[in-house]
Design a protein. Structure first.
Length: 326
């Protein structure tokens, strides 16, 4: 990333914000309803997180926050709409893992520039996944799974919710770091991908905690390791991939709020303050947990650092695994 583009992502807040003083330009914002573009169809985790967040954010901002689903193009249709919207704080966008994948996936065909066309407001949530196997797989730890895959290259397969999905990217990063050969079987969504491993059609699946936890309890699936760097409180007995076998491994789905790049810093500042305040609301904690999400509430600079790392890692996986959108 160039110093210029880094400035677009991080140099957003005047000293007055750091001192807790609201800039005058933001005092009348917002004066009408705010639209949040979710670049996916209703029903998925990203949509669910924003629909949980929107009512409390509306309350804190004093104006209605409306979720507007614009699916298609692996999120590029919705994010392009955000990039080209008026930079006035009344159109927000929800970036997630696909936002960091798409520069490598689409290259010159990407209709916007991820670095230049957006200002970052805050990370909203982190969503860990759990590497799991069908009980017929003779592995009861992530180390044993790696050993099995090395002993029988190409004999194990894994399901995902689609090409370039969080489930594929987490498993491909695992495959790359472990130095193993396993076969990808993509499905159209998390539901079919889960059914395929429950039925034993595939061996491995990295899915969300809420989707997999009931099956861990019944023994229909075996949870081996969580994909984030640290264990998750919802399943404290399951180690992380990093601590159990692959130091440095860290993969997750995530959501964050972005706005068009030219949005006034005072408006971005107000949005940031109210968004973080919203994410601290105790009533959201349990609701987020129902979809496996953990509230974050970062600074724009922290979001920028996260996005730089994710873009570099995901880009490498796309290139090395030859991932394409059909």
């Amino acid at each position: 990333m160039t110093r210029t583009s880094a400035g677009c992502w991080s140099v957003l807040f005047p000293l007055a914000f750091c001192l807790g003083v609201m800039p005058a330009a933001a005092q009348n914002y917002p004066a009408r309803s705010i639209r949040v573009i979710v670049p996916f169809a209703p029903g998925g985790a990203t949509d669910a997180v924003l629909r949980m967040l929107a009512p409390k954010l509306s309350e804190n901002l004093g104006q209605q926050v409306v979720v507007d689903n614009r699916p298609g193009g692996a999120s590029t249709i919705g994010m392009d709409l955000v990039a080209k919207s008026a930079p006035d704080g009344y159109t927000l966008g929800v970036a997630n893992l696909s936002f960091s994948i798409n520069p490598a996936l689409f290259g010159a065909r990407l209709p916007y520039n991820t670095e230049r066309d957006f200002a970052l407001v805050s990370l909203v949530t982190i969503v860990p996944l759990v590497m799991s196997v069908h009980p017929s797989v003779p592995a009861r730890s992530i180390g044993e799974l790696i050993a099995l895959a090395k002993a029988k290259p190409g004999s194990l397969n894994y399901s995902s919710s689609g090409n370039a999905s969080a489930t594929q990217m987490a498993t491909e990063l695992f495959r790359h770091m472990a130095g193993i050969s396993i076969v990808h079987v993509p499905y159209n969504g998390g539901g079919p991908a889960l059914i395929s491993v429950l039925s034993g059609q595939v061996s491995i699946y990295a899915g969300s905690i809420p989707a997999l936890l009931p099956h861990f309890k019944t023994g229909r699936l075996i949870g081996l390791a969580i994909t984030t760097a640290k264990r998750d409180p919802a399943i404290p007995d399951i180690p992380s991939v990093a601590e159990a076998a692959l130091p440095g491994y860290d993969a997750r789905e995530w959501q964050g709020i972005v706005v068009p790049a030219a949005t006034p810093p005072a408006v971005v500042s107000r949005l940031h303050q109210e968004l973080v305040k919203t994410l601290l609301a105790p009533e959201l904690k349990d609701r987020f947990a129902s979809v496996g999400a953990t509230a974050v509430g970062s600074t724009p600079e922290e979001f920028a650092a996260h996005l730089r790392q994710e873009t570099a890692t995901m880009g490498r996986i796309v290139r090395e695994a030859g991932i394409r959108i059909e």
